[in-house]
Ligand binder design. Structure first.
Ligand code: DNO
Length: 345
């Protein structure tokens, strides 16, 4: 496995130098942040990330994310042109040495939380989710104040978007995903890039919006849409694990050869559809991190791994979920976990 760390570009207070000082760190996970979803990334911007990383001894082999524009997910008349642009990005990233692209197919919202600074007994704060709080907000009334979604929509745009998805429904979303994959995966194959879809977070629909990358049955359906290695998964323990019915170890065992990227983080269930993020080790939360890593290694996984969201500890402030300290602790925990599992295999 290769240990990686997310880097949000030159404005990220977690600098490349700091990342490079985390023991056993092989590379960064990043993206071109100044092009709108649907646009083509310049070769120059891509090469710049690679060069900056290399100056600190870090590789740039994983992109998170090349975002999929809503028009592709909705299958509007703009979709074919936007899919062609997407393919061009895959080609360019492959040319620059990128080996894995993470993306998601969630309508309107990316990851959702109800709280960004949930206080924990030890003085840390972390992201938390409580379905009751989320559902008490009405996005169509414009009283939505949630992290993980694009605040640049006007109220009217958001309303139209949500209504369009509601009308469209889940089966059509699957069809639009299939159209996207049938165009992109052969290009990824040519370019030497693995595509790795990120599961929906949390893994269920809300506000009447469909969400489909949610459980083992759906992951199986997804992988069969285009049965090629390049059509693969990002296994995110915190996202899929938010539903206690999801058996992560069974998923890792079944899908190991199609998992290209692993997001490791732990969460603690605090009620029905209610959880908070905790430190990475197994004993901090509800997820068996050892079991997940072992199932993957035992079944031949040799992909990229990154610590996912961290808590804010030691007085750190910054980008929610993406501070340095707790993620760095997570990274060394992951390194130890994998070393032990690999050496005793
Ligand atoms: C949250 C991340 C997600 C992820 C995207 C992938 O912290 O895991 O935002 O990057 O869903 O497209």
């Amino acid at each position: 496995m290769k240990l990686t760390f997310r880097w949000y570009g030159q404005d990220d207070p977690v600098t490349l130098e700091k990342i490079s000082q985390i023991p056993t760190m092989s590379g960064i996970v990043s993206a071109v942040y100044d092009v709108k979803p649907g646009g083509v990334w310049s070769m120059e911007s891509i090469e710049k990330i690679k060069k900056d990383a290399a100056a600190h001894g870090l590789e740039f082999e994983v992109v998170e994310s090349v975002p999929v524009p809503e028009d592709i997910k909705l299958g509007t008349e703009k979709a074919p042109e936007l899919i062609a642009n997407y393919c061009e990005n895959v080609r360019r990233l492959g040319k620059a040495g990128v080996k894995c692209i993470c993306y998601n197919f969630m309508p309107v919202f990316d990851w959702l939380r109800s709280e960004l600074e949930h206080q924990q007994p030890d003085g840390a704060n972390a992201l938390a989710y409580d379905e009751e709080t989320v559902l008490a907000m009405d996005p169509l009334k414009g009283d939505l104040a949630l992290p993980g979604w694009d605040a640049s929509y006007t109220k009217e745009e958001l309303k139209d978007l949500i209504n369009a998805y509601k009308e469209m429904g889940e089966e059509q979303l699957w069809k639009n995903l299939e159209t996207f994959l049938k165009a992109v995966i052969p290009v990824a194959h040519e370019a030497g890039v693995n595509m790795a879809i990120h599961p929906d977070d949390p893994p269920w629909g809300m506000f009447g919006l469909p969400r489909i990358i949610t459980n083992a049955e759906h992951l199986r359906r997804f992988l069969n849409l285009v049965p090629m290695k390049e059509n693969g998964l990002t296994l995110c323990t915190g996202s899929l694990g938010a539903n206690p019915d999801n058996d992560l170890i069974a998923m890792c065992t079944e899908f190991a050869d199609r998992i290209h990227f692993l997001h490791l983080r732990n969460i603690k269930y605090t009620g029905n559809r209610k959880f908070e993020e905790v430190g990475h080790p197994t004993e901090c939360g509800s997820i068996d991190m050892f079991g997940v890593a072992k199932a993957l290694v035992d079944n031949g996984f040799d992909g990229y791994v990154r610590p996912d969201h961290g808590r804010m500890i030691w007085g750190e402030t910054g980008r929610y979920g993406y501070g340095l300290f707790d993620r760095a602790l997570g990274a060394t925990y992951i390194a130890g976990l994998f070393e032990a599992i690999e050496k005793t295999k």
